[in-house]
Design a protein. Structure first.
Length: 61
């Protein structure tokens, strides 16, 4: 399964634990916060000023 922009951060972390390192390297240090259970990857990227395409590429590498 491929990580998509509409997946929730919490779901990504549970399904792909290795994604935590990529998210942290991109400045998403609040991966364990309650908001991560309701925020999509695209929403989180926007909040953190990240390029969603680049982030998805790194996560799906």
């Amino acid at each position: 399964m491929k990580i998509t922009r509409d997946m929730l951060i919490g779901d990504i972390i549970r399904a792909y634990p290795d994604s935590i390192e990529v998210l942290l390297q991109n400045g998403m240090s609040c991966i364990g916060c309650p908001g991560s259970q309701m925020e999509s990857l695209e929403e989180a990227a926007m909040v953190h000023g990240l390029d969603i395409e680049k982030l998805m590429s790194e996560l799906n590498a």
